[in-house]
Design a binder for this molecule. Structure first.
Ligand SMILES: [Zn+2]
Ligand SMILES: [Zn+2]
Ligand SMILES: [Zn+2]
Ligand SMILES: [Zn+2]
Length: 161
């Protein structure tokens, strides 16, 4: 049997199957074909899912937590899906209530907090060595009020009273 035939001489009904065979031999199909993240290697079929992943997930900590269990999610849609499926929360008001959103992150220890108030109280009570003068703009902490005052003027152009 002759194996090496010029492609132009292939019988027409064999051209397509043989082309596919050739393609497959050249490059074995990768798992999860599509777009893969250059940082973590996660693969997505659609490009927009990859950009979503890059924007919300990759290298990021989960910022959404379920009110009823320990489940955490990086994207709100995932948590909403979880709440619907596992806790049967369907009412939109109840959903909003059950989504715990950590909006603020401690710049020093990277702990997440629901709001500025709890972050500021963390900064003045239990983050590292507690300091009691916290900048409410960037959460930097200072031992002395004068230092905070100087920081506010230099960094944020604000005058503390
Ligand atoms: Zn990634
Ligand atoms: Zn849950
Ligand atoms: Zn901290
Ligand atoms: Zn500041």
């Amino acid at each position: 049997m002759q194996w090496f035939i010029e492609p132009s001489k292939w019988p027409s009904h064999l051209v397509l199957p043989m082309m596919i065979l050739k393609e497959n031999l050249k490059e074995p199909p990768k798992a999860g074909v599509g777009y893969s993240c250059s940082d973590c290697g996660k693969a997505y079929k659609v490009k927009s899912s990859l950009s979503n992943h890059r924007k919300w997930e990759c290298g990021k900590e989960p910022r959404f937590k379920c009110l009823y269990c320990a489940y955490k999610a990086k994207q709100k849609v995932h948590l909403v899906r979880h709440l619907r499926k596992l806790h049967r929360v369907l009412d939109s008001e109840e959903l909003n209530h059950a989504v715990v959103h950590f909006k603020e992150k401690c710049p020093q220890c990277h702990k997440l907090y629901k709001n500025r108030k709890s972050l500021i109280s963390h900064r003045s009570r239990d983050c590292g060595r507690p300091k009691h003068n916290i900048c409410e703009v960037c959460f930097e902490a200072f031992k002395r009020k004068e230092h905070l005052r100087g920081h506010m003027i230099r960094r944020h152009g604000l005058l503390l009273h």
